[in-house]
Design a protein around this ligand. Structure first.
Ligand SMILES: [Zn+2]
Length: 247
């Protein structure tokens, strides 16, 4: 067995993956928007899984408060842009993956080029304003968008299939970030981030493999302190401003 196929042996042997599944992964293009607490984990997992192209996007520099949970960064990195450091740390994990690190703020002007050629988008953001922009672009380009939020010991997730399932605007339209608690004020368990980010990657994996994502049309609430995982069906809003632009 060649070294390449040896690398993926434990994956290929899965009954619902096989060589065809691996080929799908090896051809996939996935973007992680925000390479902080959630994104550090999802990006690492995607590189070791062997996607063809990983795009990581973040405008921020490393600060000391990141180090306790964002394991791609070191104390000596404080003040340096996250995306390029992350790419440098991730690349040796799997030289076959093309990693595209983009240091940019996600805005209405930048979002199209970040989203349009991707197969799946994974949300690593911590505010709703850029998420609405991302959701809108995913609707326009028909790119699946895996939303997640994590705060304290609780997280929530859904997988948005544009034009088919409720989008972020349908579910959480009109959230004002200024009124929301943040990781700065409430904190976040690093353990929660691992659970939530891995569920996001598993949903992305199912999409790439051609399996139905389990959170399409469902919102999952995770409470790590009670170890409760609750799912609720969610419906599209007929007059949703984002969904009306879905292809
Ligand atoms: Zn919608």
């Amino acid at each position: 067995m060649s070294r390449i196929s040896e690398r993926y042996q434990r994956f290929v042997v899965l009954r619902d993956v096989g060589k065809e599944g691996l080929q799908r992964i090896r051809k996939s293009k996935v973007a992680v928007i925000g390479i902080g607490g959630l994104g550090s984990i999802s990006a690492t997992k995607l590189v070791t899984l062997g996607v063809d192209h990983l795009r990581i996007v973040d405008p921020d520099v490393v600060d000391a408060t990141n180090l306790q949970r964002q394991f791609l960064y070191r104390e000596k990195d404080i003040g340096q842009p996250k995306v390029h450091l992350a790419a440098r740390r991730l690349q040796p994990l799997n030289p076959e993956v093309t990693i595209d690190s983009i240091e940019v703020q996600l805005t209405k002007d930048t979002v199209d080029d970040l989203v349009k050629d991707m197969d799946v988008i994974i949300d690593g953001l911590d505010r709703f304003a850029p998420r609405y922009i991302l959701n809108d672009a995913c609707c326009r380009y028909n790119v699946p968008y895996i939303f997640a939020g994590a705060l304290g010991a609780t997280g929530n997730l859904t997988t948005i299939l544009p034009g088919r399932t409720a989008c972020l605007e349908c579910i959480y339209g009109g959230v004002d970030d200024a009124q929301q608690p943040t990781c700065h004020s409430i904190g976040v368990y690093p353990t929660l981030l691992g659970v939530v980010a891995n569920i996001q990657v598993h949903e992305a994996l199912r999409i790439v493999l051609g399996h139905s994502p389990r959170l399409a049309g469902h919102l999952l609430f995770v409470d790590l302190n009670s170890l409760r995982f609750d799912q609720f069906p969610i419906a599209r809003h007929e007059d949703c401003v984002a969904c009306k632009n879905c292809k």
